[in-house]
Design a protein around this ligand. Structure first.
Ligand SMILES: Cc1cc2nc3c(=O)[nH]c(=O)nc-3n(C[C@H](O)[C@H](O)[C@H](O)COP(=O)(O)O)c2cc1C
Length: 186
């Protein structure tokens, strides 16, 4: 096991394409780069990864529980304080809720609070298609996140938008760009 030297990376993932590769795409490389990693999933992403048998390997690798539910008030916090958040992949739904301050699951609770915490870096990779991006509220959501000090991994150079169901099937998420941004901003 690599000794964590960079601090705690809060990895938050939602139910968007590519989340199935969260372990090898993001968590293993982050550990190798010296982060301690604490994983939190939206409830739907949690159901997807649990069904794939990914939750237990993630917990073994990180040495921390994977959170997809809130704790009870009498339970201790299962994760250490986080030094930098990455939300990857962020579904259109999670981006919209985050920009609106809606904290109706554990993943959003953590990141909404992070947006209001000075000097706590947050990197977001919206995994969206061209239809999501044409929603009339979408530009406003991105503006809100940028103004809230979020580093967005977004744009045609890094994630060309395709029409629904037309993206190349094997397209890998830009995990390296997400981790590079975390290192630059943290
Ligand atoms: C197989 C599958 C793939 C999906 N991929 C995406 C995606 O890439 N981006 C997205 O915004 N929504 C995607 N969705 C829709 C989201 O899963 C859905 O909006 C969900 O409510 C998101 O919940 P969450 O943001 O709480 O994780 C997908 C749904 C399915 C079933």
């Amino acid at each position: 096991m690599t000794t964590a030297t960079r601090g705690v990376l809060g990895v938050v993932a939602s139910a968007a394409g590519g989340v199935q590769a969260l372990r090898e795409g993001l968590v293993e490389p982050a550990l190798a780069r010296g982060w301690r990693v604490a994983v939190t999933l939206t409830p739907t992403a949690g159901a997807w990864l649990r069904r794939m048998g990914e939750v237990e390997p993630l917990e073994r690798l990180t040495g921390l529980p994977v959170r997809d539910q809130p704790r009870f008030p009498d339970q201790p916090r299962p994760h250490p304080p986080v030094d930098c958040y990455v939300v990857a992949p962020a579904s259109a739904n999670t981006v919209a809720k985050l920009a609106s301050g809606i904290a109706d699951n554990q993943a959003l609770t953590q990141v909404c609070e992070a947006l209001g915490t000075p000097h706590l870096p947050v990197v977001v990779f919206p995994q969206v298609n061209a239809a999501h991006a044409r929603h009339p509220a979408w530009p406003h959501h991105l503006d809100t996140l940028r103004r809230s000090h979020v580093r967005l991994i977004y744009g045609p150079a890094i994630w060309p938008l395709h029409e629904p169901r037309e993206a190349p099937a094997e397209r890998e998420l830009p995990w390296g760009a997400v981790l590079d941004a975390a290192e630059r901003t943290a």
